[in-house]
Design a protein around this ligand. Sequence first.
Ligand SMILES: [Zn+2]
Length: 260
Amino acid sequence: MWFSSTGRHLRHGLQAAADLMAPSWCVGCGAEGTDLCPECTDDLRLLTRRPVAAEAGADALPVIDVTDDDLRVLPVFAAGWYRTLVADVVVAFKEHERVGLRRVLAPALRRAMTTAADHLVPAGVPVVLLRPPPSLAAHVRRGRDPLDELLQGALPVEGFTRGDHLITRRPVTEVATAVVGGASQKTRGSAARRQAHEQLQLAAGAQAQLATTEVLLVDDVLTTGSTLRRLYELASAAGAHVCGAAVVAATPRGDTPGQR
Ligand SMILES: [Zn+2]
Protein backbone atom coordinates (compact mmCIF):
# COMPACT_ATOMS: atom_id res chain seq x y z
CA MET A 1 0.00 0.00 0.00
CA TRP A 2 2.88 2.32 0.84
CA PHE A 3 4.22 2.00 -2.71
CA SER A 4 0.82 2.19 -4.37
CA SER A 5 -0.63 5.35 -5.81
CA THR A 6 -2.53 5.82 -2.56
CA GLY A 7 0.66 5.31 -0.58
CA ARG A 8 2.45 7.85 -2.70
CA HIS A 9 -0.22 10.43 -2.10
CA LEU A 10 -0.16 9.57 1.58
CA ARG A 11 3.60 10.05 1.75
CA HIS A 12 3.40 13.32 -0.13
CA GLY A 13 0.60 14.42 2.16
CA LEU A 14 2.72 13.60 5.20
CA GLN A 15 5.64 15.48 3.67
CA ALA A 16 3.46 18.50 3.06
CA ALA A 17 2.23 18.33 6.66
CA ALA A 18 5.81 18.02 7.92
CA ASP A 19 6.80 21.04 5.85
CA LEU A 20 4.00 23.04 7.45
CA MET A 21 5.02 22.04 10.96
CA ALA A 22 8.74 22.47 10.39
CA PRO A 23 9.31 25.20 7.81
CA SER A 24 12.14 24.44 5.47
CA TRP A 25 15.55 26.00 5.61
CA CYS A 26 17.86 27.25 2.88
CA VAL A 27 19.86 24.41 1.35
CA GLY A 28 22.79 26.78 0.93
CA CYS A 29 23.08 28.71 4.19
CA GLY A 30 20.44 27.28 6.53
CA ALA A 31 18.30 30.43 6.69
CA GLU A 32 14.83 29.49 7.91
CA GLY A 33 11.57 29.64 6.03
CA THR A 34 12.81 29.03 2.49
CA ASP A 35 14.27 26.16 0.49
CA LEU A 36 16.80 28.54 -1.09
CA CYS A 37 17.21 32.11 0.13
CA PRO A 38 17.57 35.01 -2.36
CA GLU A 39 21.33 35.25 -1.82
CA CYS A 40 21.91 31.53 -2.38
CA THR A 41 19.54 31.64 -5.37
CA ASP A 42 21.76 34.33 -6.87
CA ASP A 43 24.84 32.23 -6.12
CA LEU A 44 23.30 29.19 -7.79
CA ARG A 45 22.38 31.24 -10.86
CA LEU A 46 25.96 32.49 -11.09
CA LEU A 47 27.31 28.94 -10.80
CA THR A 48 25.01 27.68 -13.57
CA ARG A 49 24.88 30.78 -15.76
CA ARG A 50 27.36 29.70 -18.44
CA PRO A 51 27.12 26.02 -19.39
CA VAL A 52 30.51 24.35 -19.65
CA ALA A 53 31.89 21.59 -21.86
CA ALA A 54 32.00 18.65 -19.47
CA GLU A 55 32.94 15.65 -21.60
CA ALA A 56 36.66 15.66 -20.77
CA GLY A 57 36.32 14.01 -17.38
CA ALA A 58 33.71 11.38 -18.20
CA ASP A 59 35.61 8.26 -19.22
CA ALA A 60 32.67 6.15 -20.37
CA LEU A 61 31.27 8.57 -22.94
CA PRO A 62 31.15 7.17 -26.48
CA VAL A 63 33.80 8.07 -29.02
CA ILE A 64 32.00 9.65 -31.97
CA ASP A 65 34.87 10.45 -34.28
CA VAL A 66 38.44 9.24 -34.78
CA THR A 67 40.99 11.28 -36.68
CA ASP A 68 44.71 10.73 -37.17
CA ASP A 69 45.70 12.37 -33.95
CA ASP A 70 42.51 12.69 -31.94
CA LEU A 71 39.52 10.90 -30.50
CA ARG A 72 36.37 12.95 -30.26
CA VAL A 73 33.96 11.92 -27.54
CA LEU A 74 30.31 12.88 -27.34
CA PRO A 75 30.10 16.57 -26.38
CA VAL A 76 28.27 17.25 -23.13
CA PHE A 77 27.20 20.66 -21.86
CA ALA A 78 26.62 21.01 -18.14
CA ALA A 79 24.93 24.02 -16.56
CA GLY A 80 27.48 23.79 -13.75
CA TRP A 81 29.91 21.54 -11.90
CA TYR A 82 28.50 19.06 -9.44
CA ARG A 83 30.09 20.47 -6.28
CA THR A 84 29.43 22.95 -3.48
CA LEU A 85 26.05 24.69 -3.74
CA VAL A 86 25.13 23.12 -7.09
CA ALA A 87 25.59 19.60 -5.72
CA ASP A 88 23.72 20.46 -2.50
CA VAL A 89 20.74 21.84 -4.42
CA VAL A 90 20.62 18.89 -6.85
CA VAL A 91 20.74 16.35 -3.99
CA ALA A 92 18.08 18.23 -2.01
CA PHE A 93 15.83 18.32 -5.06
CA LYS A 94 16.34 14.70 -6.09
CA GLU A 95 16.59 12.92 -2.77
CA HIS A 96 15.05 15.13 -0.11
CA GLU A 97 11.77 16.15 -1.66
CA ARG A 98 12.74 19.79 -2.03
CA VAL A 99 10.55 19.88 -5.12
CA GLY A 100 10.41 23.69 -5.11
CA LEU A 101 14.07 23.81 -6.14
CA ARG A 102 12.88 22.99 -9.63
CA ARG A 103 12.49 26.74 -10.05
CA VAL A 104 16.27 27.17 -10.15
CA LEU A 105 17.31 23.81 -11.61
CA ALA A 106 14.91 23.72 -14.57
CA PRO A 107 16.22 27.02 -16.00
CA ALA A 108 19.77 25.68 -15.51
CA LEU A 109 18.89 22.57 -17.53
CA ARG A 110 17.27 24.76 -20.16
CA ARG A 111 20.49 26.79 -20.45
CA ALA A 112 22.50 23.59 -20.90
CA MET A 113 20.10 22.29 -23.56
CA THR A 114 19.96 25.51 -25.58
CA THR A 115 23.73 26.00 -25.34
CA ALA A 116 24.26 22.44 -26.56
CA ALA A 117 21.87 22.99 -29.46
CA ASP A 118 23.51 26.32 -30.34
CA HIS A 119 26.90 24.60 -30.57
CA LEU A 120 25.90 21.28 -32.06
CA VAL A 121 22.75 21.59 -34.16
CA PRO A 122 22.38 23.56 -37.40
CA ALA A 123 19.89 26.43 -36.97
CA GLY A 124 16.29 25.46 -37.57
CA VAL A 125 16.80 21.69 -37.29
CA PRO A 126 14.30 20.17 -34.83
CA VAL A 127 15.75 18.21 -31.92
CA VAL A 128 14.35 15.17 -30.12
CA LEU A 129 15.33 15.00 -26.45
CA LEU A 130 16.14 11.53 -25.14
CA ARG A 131 16.49 10.86 -21.43
CA PRO A 132 17.17 7.69 -19.44
CA PRO A 133 13.83 6.42 -18.11
CA PRO A 134 13.66 6.31 -14.30
CA SER A 135 14.49 2.92 -12.83
CA LEU A 136 11.59 1.23 -11.09
CA ALA A 137 13.57 1.10 -7.86
CA ALA A 138 14.28 4.83 -7.93
CA HIS A 139 10.70 5.59 -8.83
CA VAL A 140 9.36 3.52 -5.93
CA ARG A 141 11.90 4.96 -3.49
CA ARG A 142 11.22 8.57 -4.45
CA GLY A 143 7.60 8.27 -5.52
CA ARG A 144 8.38 10.83 -8.22
CA ASP A 145 10.48 11.40 -11.32
CA PRO A 146 12.79 14.38 -10.70
CA LEU A 147 14.22 14.51 -14.24
CA ASP A 148 10.70 14.65 -15.66
CA GLU A 149 9.93 17.53 -13.32
CA LEU A 150 13.03 19.37 -14.55
CA LEU A 151 12.17 18.79 -18.20
CA GLN A 152 8.62 20.00 -17.64
CA GLY A 153 10.03 23.14 -16.06
CA ALA A 154 12.65 23.63 -18.78
CA LEU A 155 10.26 23.24 -21.71
CA PRO A 156 8.80 24.38 -23.97
CA VAL A 157 11.78 25.48 -26.01
CA GLU A 158 11.18 26.07 -29.70
CA GLY A 159 12.52 23.21 -31.78
CA PHE A 160 12.74 20.70 -28.89
CA THR A 161 10.35 17.78 -28.47
CA ARG A 162 10.54 15.02 -25.88
CA GLY A 163 11.19 11.46 -26.97
CA ASP A 164 10.60 9.79 -23.59
CA HIS A 165 8.34 7.16 -25.16
CA LEU A 166 11.15 5.97 -27.43
CA ILE A 167 13.29 4.39 -24.69
CA THR A 168 12.06 1.83 -22.16
CA ARG A 169 13.47 -0.50 -19.57
CA ARG A 170 13.21 -4.24 -19.79
CA PRO A 171 10.89 -5.76 -17.17
CA VAL A 172 12.66 -5.91 -13.84
CA THR A 173 12.26 -9.68 -13.37
CA GLU A 174 14.58 -10.37 -16.31
CA VAL A 175 17.11 -8.00 -14.84
CA ALA A 176 16.96 -9.53 -11.38
CA THR A 177 17.62 -12.98 -12.84
CA ALA A 178 20.59 -11.69 -14.76
CA VAL A 179 22.17 -9.96 -11.78
CA VAL A 180 21.95 -12.93 -9.42
CA GLY A 181 25.09 -15.04 -9.40
CA GLY A 182 27.81 -12.41 -9.46
CA ALA A 183 30.95 -14.01 -8.05
CA SER A 184 32.25 -11.43 -5.62
CA GLN A 185 30.87 -8.28 -4.11
CA LYS A 186 33.00 -6.18 -6.39
CA THR A 187 32.13 -7.94 -9.64
CA ARG A 188 28.49 -8.06 -8.64
CA GLY A 189 28.56 -4.31 -8.20
CA SER A 190 29.97 -3.65 -11.64
CA ALA A 191 27.77 -6.35 -13.19
CA ALA A 192 24.73 -4.74 -11.61
CA ARG A 193 25.77 -1.35 -12.92
CA ARG A 194 26.35 -2.76 -16.39
CA GLN A 195 23.00 -4.49 -16.24
CA ALA A 196 21.31 -1.27 -15.23
CA HIS A 197 22.37 0.21 -18.54
CA GLU A 198 21.80 -2.87 -20.62
CA GLN A 199 18.19 -2.96 -19.56
CA LEU A 200 17.54 0.26 -21.48
CA GLN A 201 16.11 -0.55 -24.88
CA LEU A 202 14.27 0.99 -27.79
CA ALA A 203 10.50 0.99 -27.43
CA ALA A 204 8.38 -0.71 -30.06
CA GLY A 205 8.18 1.52 -33.11
CA ALA A 206 11.01 3.78 -31.92
CA GLN A 207 13.32 2.80 -34.77
CA ALA A 208 11.09 4.41 -37.39
CA GLN A 209 10.65 7.55 -35.32
CA LEU A 210 14.35 7.94 -34.58
CA ALA A 211 15.71 7.31 -38.07
CA THR A 212 17.29 10.50 -39.46
CA THR A 213 16.28 12.61 -36.46
CA GLU A 214 18.60 14.94 -34.59
CA VAL A 215 18.87 13.78 -30.97
CA LEU A 216 20.12 15.57 -27.87
CA LEU A 217 20.55 13.38 -24.80
CA VAL A 218 19.44 14.83 -21.45
CA ASP A 219 20.20 13.78 -17.88
CA ASP A 220 20.43 15.43 -14.49
CA VAL A 221 23.99 14.55 -13.43
CA LEU A 222 26.95 13.40 -15.54
CA THR A 223 29.38 11.09 -13.74
CA THR A 224 31.14 8.50 -15.92
CA GLY A 225 28.87 8.92 -18.93
CA SER A 226 27.95 5.23 -19.17
CA THR A 227 24.20 5.93 -19.17
CA LEU A 228 24.61 8.49 -21.94
CA ARG A 229 26.71 6.00 -23.87
CA ARG A 230 23.93 3.42 -23.73
CA LEU A 231 21.38 5.98 -24.94
CA TYR A 232 23.78 7.02 -27.68
CA GLU A 233 24.21 3.43 -28.83
CA LEU A 234 20.46 2.80 -28.92
CA ALA A 235 19.60 6.00 -30.79
CA SER A 236 22.52 5.68 -33.22
CA ALA A 237 21.62 2.09 -34.01
CA ALA A 238 18.14 3.31 -34.90
CA GLY A 239 19.61 5.77 -37.39
CA ALA A 240 19.43 8.96 -35.33
CA HIS A 241 22.20 11.52 -35.33
CA VAL A 242 23.09 12.09 -31.69
CA CYS A 243 24.71 15.50 -31.55
CA GLY A 244 25.57 15.54 -27.85
CA ALA A 245 24.12 15.80 -24.38
CA ALA A 246 22.98 18.36 -21.84
CA VAL A 247 22.98 17.89 -18.07
CA VAL A 248 22.27 20.05 -15.04
CA ALA A 249 25.62 19.28 -13.43
CA ALA A 250 28.78 17.30 -14.19
CA THR A 251 31.06 15.69 -11.65
CA PRO A 252 34.40 17.48 -11.85
CA ARG A 253 37.52 15.40 -12.37
CA GLY A 254 41.07 16.02 -11.21
CA ASP A 255 42.01 17.50 -14.59
CA THR A 256 38.95 19.69 -14.88
CA PRO A 257 39.95 23.33 -15.22
CA GLY A 258 38.87 25.40 -12.28
CA GLN A 259 38.35 22.53 -9.90
CA ARG A 260 38.99 23.34 -6.28
ZN1 LIG B 1 20.81 30.75 1.69
